[in-house]
Design a protein around this ligand. Structure first.
Ligand SMILES: [Zn+2]
Ligand SMILES: [Zn+2]
Length: 140
């Protein structure tokens, strides 16, 4: 299975839940984060588990593996760097309902080199416009 944008969204959601202290997330929490139904979350998580990116245990919940966390960390970094690219460099309001989708579009396509270039331009910021911490890149 290739790592699709949808897989990346799941990894991102799990990383965010981890940031909130939930190392093992309940399916309902993952589903809530992604606005999908619990059965479709389970179906997807089982596929992602086959790739070795998550540990899924029925009844207990789901956790990122080391490999999954490494990927998730990169997507989160790209997401938060994309937010800063839009707000700090392009002066776009990302919370106007119009550009939030833009941030998500960029996060899946921006290269590490581009993210590092934005990061460097902004002096290696540590938090996004929403106050969430930005994982360090090679440039930091
Ligand atoms: Zn943010
Ligand atoms: Zn940096």
């Amino acid at each position: 299975m290739e790592i699709t944008e949808s897989v990346e969204e799941y990894l991102e959601a799990l990383f965010i839940l981890e940031e909130k202290g939930k190392k093992v997330a309940k399916i309902s929490e993952v589903a809530g984060e992604l606005k999908v139904t619990p059965p479709s979350a389970v179906e997807m998580l089982k596929k992602i588990e086959k790739e070795g990116l998550v540990d899924y245990r029925a009844r207990e919940g789901v956790a990122l593996t080391k490999k999954g966390r490494r990927l998730a960390r990169r997507i989160i970094r790209n997401h938060r760097i994309a937010e800063l690219l839009l707000t700090e460099i392009l002066s776009v309001d990302i919370d106007d309902g119009l550009h939030e989708g833009m941030v998500c579009a960029i996060e899946h396509h921006i290269t590490d080199e581009m993210a590092d270039a934005v990061c460097t331009k902004l002096n290696h910021p540590r938090i996004c416009p929403h106050g969430n911490s930005i994982p360090k890149g090679k440039c930091c």
